[in-house]
Design a protein around this ligand. Structure first.
Ligand code: G3P
Length: 218
């Protein structure tokens, strides 16, 4: 399973990258705004800065909602760096744009996926990744993990190349459950990635080993 970090915070991206387990980055306009990155010029530069830290796919989202606008924006984003993946919303104009980018060999991440039907359409259009938002489904009393399992089954039935990028990950159990189901990638915050390492018995065991070593080496 590949690990992407879902943030526009350069410190978090560096910290995850330094762990040696980071495979890519996803961002969205809300995450950019959270870091105070506003205005076209600053946003484009921020994508380049991220690409200079992580050697892997970096999702950069279009904000147009019409086909022409998405194409124009996506081409600018894709030209920024070879690692850029153009993030396109799951709306009819977005499906057309994904097909267009597919034919141009530009990789896409179809975002805001909340149903299996949407994931099927995105795969048929040639999306490189689909991003089902599991945390936001959980927020409205719908099991986000069940959607991941449904999409896995459908993609396997027809051997679609589109990769399942489990998004809106909130905690380590989301990551573990997505790995069990067979999501290709997960994207989550640094806190969820780091939490995977925690176990009280590890801390206790290490404390004991160090204490015993110290006793024997007085
Ligand atoms: O990758 C999608 C993600 O940014 C949404 O996460 O926590 O805002 O639902 P969240």
């Amino acid at each position: 399973m590949r690990f992407f970090i879902d943030t526009a915070n350069l410190n978090d991206i560096k910290e995850a990258n330094d762990l040696g387990v980071l495979d890519g980055v996803t961002t969205n306009p809300s995450l950019m705004a959270k870091e105070g990155i506003t205005g076209k010029k600053k946003i484009l530069q921020h994508y380049v800065d991220i690409c200079n830290i992580v050697d892997g796919p970096v999702s950069a989202e279009v904000i147009s909602t019409d086909f022409k606008g998405m194409i124009a924006e996506g081409e600018i984003l894709a030209a920024l760096h070879p690692n850029i993946v153009v993030k396109v919303p799951m709306i009819p104009e977005g499906i057309k744009a994904i097909k267009y980018f597919y034919e141009k060999d530009i990789r896409t991440n179809c975002t805001l996926i909340f149903s299996a039907g949407q994931a099927l359409l995105a795969a048929k259009a040639g999306a490189t990744y689909v991003s089902p938002f599991i945390g936001r489904l959980d927020d409205v009393s719908t099991n986000g993990l069940e959607l991941i399992a449904q999409i896995r089954l459908i993609y396997d039935n027809y051997a679609y190349d589109t990769q399942i990028l489990a998004a809106s990950i909130r905690h380590p159990m989301h990551i573990i459950n997505c790995a069990e189901i067979g999501a290709d990638v997960m994207t989550g915050p640094l806190s969820a990635i780091k939490a995977l390492a925690n176990h009280p018995l590890t801390d206790l065991g290490l404390q004991q080993f160090l204490a015993d070593y110290a006793k024997g080496n007085k």
